[in-house]
Design a protein around this ligand. Structure first.
Ligand code: BG6
Length: 472
């Protein structure tokens, strides 16, 4: 047997991408609710007030809010051991800075967790997944403001206490390292920055606030229930040097340090690594840290390391070359790899490399909480969806993940991203589908919302049943 008998097979989602009901049950708008739809070529726009006749994909998304029973039953049919979802912060605190939570919002997650537990599916909860209450953006300038630490920890205290006997696994911030790249300012930091501001300095300041908030949450969570397992969540940006030119090798190492390891070093080890201070100094970045922060970071180290992995990148000291897109960060074209319909370079072996790389460094349990293929799915004339390309992608990645386990990596579980079709975070499209379950809805928001299991549904069921042995 390759995988542990309690290996957590399952799927992953985020509230703003699948829940819908954006203003029901007392929920306030989140940053995601002010983000328009886009496409592969037309970028999404942030609108400070809602525009008429504009499509906001998060508002209905795939309406899990009203379909949760049906969806959870389908997850159970596949044999899910775990289901990763996020709590929409603005369902619990509509403006983010209230003193008292919104009971109706809490009741919704009572129902969801009870439903999951009815089928013995372990909830894995992301506390903040690109859905900061929008009022915090406007009133406090998002995570650039230290006040958000207080609001976030109040929110954590409410959900930890409420769900302490039903949720054991928590992730403090989705892809926290997104703040190391410009794309992350609004998505991860809830900040709308002016062109003349020092974007990078503000992002790293916001990141520091999230580190402190995450550490406080870990400490608090362990006090509320010592059995809690609380993890960090990193968008792992696996960057290969383009050549064996030492300049390329150093560049790849620096990317790894500044885009990935800076975050997990702080969250796993409890202190900033030396290269972070060097980077701040070289780039004229000044971070305000309070005296108590050092102790807070030390006392709030995470229990496990989780990450998303979709693809790998190539970096080069030579600026000429064909560029390609990617999750969070793009890079240069890798001639040895094929790319997805959205240009992300498919690299299963990169997952094995990444798992080994992470485990070698931290020696704590690791979990793959996002991996999958965004593709265009077509209904055949008999209504079926034969997504063999998705099965191939997942099979190849799971194989490499199992190789990493043979290499000695302590792997807790695997949750495939977008196990049910949902709104794409980067483009706002429905057309970029990841799911085992098709949802009848298009980019413009039309469709019956009907759920249809794809061919990969049965395939994944077999994978789980055989604990990863049967990948055919
Ligand atoms: C991760 C995010 O970056 O990638 C998810 O955590 C996101 O929210 C996923 O959906 C896939 O990216 P995209 O842009 O294809 O939706």
């Amino acid at each position: 047997m390759r995988m542990k008998s309690n290996f957590l097979w399952g799927g992953a989602t985020a509230a703003n991408q699948f829940e819908g009901a954006w203003n029901e049950g007392g929920k306030g708008p989140s940053t995601a609710d002010m983000f328009t739809g886009g496409t592969h070529t037309i970028p999404r726009r942030i609108t400070r007030t809602l525009e008429e006749n504009t499509h906001y994909p998060s508002h209905e998304a795939i309406d899990f809010y009203h379909h949760y029973k049906e969806d959870i039953r389908l997850f159970s049919d596949m044999g899910f051991k775990t289901f990763r979802l996020s709590i929409a912060w603005s369902r619990i605190f509509p403006n983010g800075d209230e003193l008292k939570p919104n009971e109706e919002g809490l009741k919704f997650y009572d129902k969801v967790f009870d439903e999951l537990l009815k089928y013995n599916i372990e909830p894995l909860v992301t506390i903040s997944h690109y859905e900061t209450p929008f009022a915090l953006t406007e009133k406090y300038k998002g995570w650039s403001n230290r006040k958000l630490i207080e609001f976030y920890t109040r929110y954590c205290s409410v959900i930890f206490n409420r769900y302490k006997d039903r949720v054991k696994y928590w992730l403090t911030f989705n892809e926290i390292n997104c703040l190391t790249v410009p794309f992350g300012a609004y998505m991860a930091g809830g900040m709308i920055l002016d062109e003349n501001e020092n974007n990078e300095e503000i992002r790293f300041q916001a990141l520091h606030h999230q580190f402190v908030a995450s550490a406080k949450a870990v400490k608090l969570g362990h006090e509320i229930n010592p059995k809690f397992k609380i993890g960090c969540m990193i968008a792992y940006m696996c960057s290969y040097p383009k050549t064996c030119n030492p300049n390329d090798v150093i560049l790849a190492q620096q990317k790894d340090q500044i885009n990935n390891m800076i975050c997990s070093d702080v969250q796993v080890r409890g202190y900033y690594p030396g290269f972070a201070f060097r980077y701040f100094e070289d780039n004229g970045i000044k971070i305000k840290m309070e005296k108590e922060d050092e102790d807070i970071l030390k006392e709030g180290c995470v229990d496990f390391y989780s990450f998303s992995y979709y693809m790998s990148n190539v970096v080069s000291s030579d600026k000429n070359g064909e560029e390609v897109s990617g999750n969070v960060l793009g890079g240069f074209k890798n001639p040895y790899l094929k790319a997805s319909d959205w240009g992300w370079q498919i690299d299963p072996k990169g997952l094995r490399w990444t798992l080994n790389h992470i485990y070698d460094r931290y020696q704590i349990p690791v979990m793959v909480v996002e991996n999958g293929l965004g593709a265009v799915d077509k209904l055949d004339s008999d209504g079926s969806i034969n997504d063999d390309y998705r099965i191939d992608y997942l099979r190849d990645h799971i194989k490499e993940m199992e190789e990493a386990v043979k290499d000695g990596v302590e792997l807790m579980g695997y949750t495939m991203w977008g196990c049910i079709d949902l709104v794409s975070a980067s483009t706002g499209e429905m057309k970029k589908r990841y799911g085992f379950i098709y949802v009848d809805k298009d980019n413009e928001g039309n469709g019956s919302l009907k759920r249809i299991p794809k061919k990969s549904f049965k395939w994944y069921k077999k994978v789980i049943e055989s604990n990863g042995e049967d990948l055919n």
